[in-house]
Design a protein around this ligand. Structure first.
Ligand code: GDP
Length: 364
């Protein structure tokens, strides 16, 4: 599954947000892999198209797609030198697909700030610096490994050294690896060292209830800073999210949101933004037993998409039958779609689109 790691300084609201995620967790019954660790929360990705398909197909069950959130607490100044439990947490970050960086934008005299005062730009820098130092270490190690080969005249190693130097310069200048204008060769040179600061990032501005509609000066400062790296800031109130997640009844939840002038929970906005950030799209399978959403990356071809269901589907892929959701909505059943020529038969080169309803044919 897809994993987002939640990072941030102590006392910024990570656990509060993570608790909200955990209580909004996906219905356990639907997910066979539910022996998960305490610091992992699995949430369903809300998608109205599933309800559309459900009403058309009347399946026995509907299975949404999910995202995993991992609470990576304990990142402090000095983590890259192994202070606190630094190295363990940095190792955890290596395993995630995207980073959710929570930043404190709420004032509360009762909650101690590790650096003395609320200062989102400073906080962001502290975390960034730790990750950059760790990356610098990884880059330096690889440079050391390659140096001899490069000096002996190996062209490929020399090219890789150039790429590594490019990242080294940026990291030393306090930039994240993702800010480097990297070409395919550059990316190839660092692929095996799994840099932390190249992972896509989303910033969460954790504000108090009072600021949830208006924002505040801390959020403004953060947005200005983050704007430089073209990343997104999601503003939410973690304490409020924890309450929102408690509602089972959808109507009651909407009423509660309404009281704060909100249309959607921050968590849902976060899920949506993470999906977009990771360049993900959804395709569906629709049968009487199950209507189900599947997550793939934009640009994947049909066999790779089939492989998400089962590796055998990919290995033995023959063809795919594809219905567009709007056609399914118009003609109501697969049979009528077929009569009207609305089922396309696609081969190995077909690039799956968001919202496609797929039926795979394969050899076993
Ligand atoms: P963590 O160390 O980053 O995991 O932070 P916690 O989630 O434990 O939060 C630290 C303290 O800040 C706790 O006392 C929370 O109740 C408080 N807190 C977290 N989010 C909010 C918020 O949105 N508003 C306010 N006022 N306090 C919050």
């Amino acid at each position: 599954g897809l994993k987002c790691g939640i990072v941030g300084l102590p006392n910024v609201g990570k656990s509060t947000l993570f608790n909200a995620i955990s209580s909004a967790k996906a219905e356990a019954a639907n997910f066979p892999f539910c022996t998960i660790e305490p610091n992992v929360g699995v949430v369903t990705v809300p998608d109205n198209r599933l309800q559309v398909l459900e009403s058309l197909v009347n399946p026995q069950k509907v299975v949404p797609t999910v995202i995993e959130f991992v609470d990576i607490a304990g990142l402090v100044k000095g983590a890259s030198r192994g202070e606190g439990l630094g190295n363990k947490f940095l190792a955890n970050i290596r395993e995630v697909d995207a980073i959710i960086h929570v930043i404190r934008c709420f004032e509360d005299p009762n909650v101690v700030h590790v650096a003395g005062s609320v200062d989102p730009v400073f906080d962001k820098e502290v975390i960034d610096t730790e990750l950059q130092l760790k990356d610098l270490e990884s880059v330096d190690k690889k440079i050391l490994r390659l140096e001899k080969v490069a000096k002996s005249g190996d062209a490929k190693a020399r090219k890789a050294m150039e790429s590594l130097q490019k990242f080294r310069e940026a990291l030393k200048a306090g930039q994240n690896a993702r800010a480097v204008d990297a070409d395919e060769d550059d990316l190839e040179a660092i692929r095996d060292i799994h840099l932390l600061t190249i992972k896509p990032v989303l910033y969460v501005a954790n504000v108090d209830e009072e600021s949830i509609q208006t924002g505040n000066k801390h959020v403004d400062q953060l947005k200005m800073e983050v704007g430089k790296e073209h990343a997104e800031v999601i503003m939410l109130c973690a304490a409020l999210e924890a309450q929102i997640a408690e509602f089972d009844d959808e109507e009651e939840k909407q009423m509660f949101l309404g009281e704060y002038g909100l249309e959607e929970s921050g968590l849902n906005r976060l899920i949506g933004a993470a999906y977009k950030l990771l360049n993900l799209i959804t395709y569906f399978t629709a049968g009487v037993q199950e209507v189900r959403a599947w997550t793939i990356r934009k640009g994947w071809k049909a066999p790779a998409a089939a492989g998400v269901i089962h590796t055998d589907f990919e290995k033995g892929f023959i063809k795919a039958e594809v219905i567009k959701l709007k056609d399914y909505e118009q003609f109501k059943t697969e049979a009528i779609c077929r009569e009207n020529g609305k089922i396309a038969v696609e081969g190995k080169e077909y690039v799956v689109c968001d919202g496609d309803i797929m039926h795979f044919r394969f050899n076993v």
